[in-house]
Design a protein. Sequence first.
Length: 249
Amino acid sequence: MHRFYISPELWVPDALALSGGEAHHARDVLRLKPGARVVVFNGAGHEVTAEVLEVKRERVSLRKLHETRTQPLPCRVTLAQAIPKGKNMELIVQKAVELGVAEIVPLISERTVVQLDGGSAEQKQTKWQSVAIEAAKQCGQNWLPQVQRPRTPREFFSAGTPSADLQLIGSLQTDARHLKTVLGEYEAEHARRPPSVLICVGPEGDFTPAELSLARANGCQPITLGPIILRVETAAIYCLSVLSYELFR
């Protein structure tokens, strides 16, 4: 069945309806008719199998048939990702949704090639959030990560990092340790896996020494991703895949 997104503020289980772009897609692209069955979710763990009742120009009314609740993953992962050039940020957002990330913070580092002012930053945030919604629709993810507005590392840390139990930053410096080692040490010390993790991934050319020092001062441990220098999108997917394997069991 086709999946559609209804934002939490519009989520009324006994009076569900598609509007805006979702209504357009159902009506004009898929050409759904009354009686068709669809799945809708609100990005906060709720999913409903529903029947199309009425198709109008601006609204597709639904009748709830069955509702389920998906529990959140055992670890809340926040990805603070330096914005790469081209459309690679869209790929990273898509894969982050598939790998269960709870929040995505685009970072404008000193080595970020993309230049964003206030207006373009807002447009990018809206675009990346749309990419996240589409990815959640396609992969069956009922928890939608929020893509925050782009900000510099200093703005990010000065605002207070998310209350992550374990904070990490990818690094090419010689004292960086393997991710598996850091995770193992945390579990040995606390007798449990971390309930929340912040992972910071740099741009092409890595974070600057000043940015790395800033992250360290705010509790981030530098981790190495191995002897081969990875592309930005590969590094993000690698880190999230390891965290998913180790922490989502």
